[in-house]
Design a protein around this ligand. Sequence first.
Ligand code: BG6
Ligand code: MG
Length: 219
Amino acid sequence: MQTAACIFDLDGVIVDTARYHFLAWKRLTDQLGIHFTIEDNERLKGVSRMASLEIILEIGNVKMNEHKKLEYATLKNEWYVEYISKMTPAEILPGSIPFINELRKADIRTAIGSASKNTPMILERVGIRELFDAVSDGNIISKAKPDPEVFLKAAEMVHVSPDACVVFEDAVAGVQAALNAKMKCIGIGSPGILTKAHFVVPGLYEMNLAKLKTLENYT
Ligand code: BG6
Ligand code: MG
């Protein structure tokens, strides 16, 4: 099957926002007296805002009611938005723009598939909205990765069947979501962590159309 669309996760694939999520969660955990490390932060990649807070509360063995949870998740997001509102195009990860342009020239559709509700703001801040034919994000989905919803919506928006889509993902939950959508998946990061991806590259700077084509022979 020829690749007709590429769907990109945003955080950690196209832009380096994981550190801002970490800084904002760290600010909250310091306030709550929870010991939270950069290693713990790995568990939050690809996970929705509320689910991330649940993981943090579990780490700190802290119980709180639903109202308080919402209040703290909102506070974390206010801090996060404060950080990302200062983002510049310099924070686009290397190789992203040349690869996406190469795909577009080859008439391959491009879409975003991200859990983040802040996707529109980030795309606007770093000035890359026009590189994508569609944006499927946390504002239009109801089921978090590893549920395939976000990627299936992206495929639908660009009118391509799932088996002709390739997903780029840096999170374990995201790789699983791509497989659940019956799509091919290229992991961004370490093969030791993204074990279920069809193949793994350290970053989009290692990608090109010829490499993408080799994936068409994988089952
Ligand atoms: C994902 C990030 O892309 O979006 C997660 O990897 C984050 O760390 C999730 O929790 C939700 O983001 P937001 O911006 O809606 O809080
Ligand atoms: Mg990600």
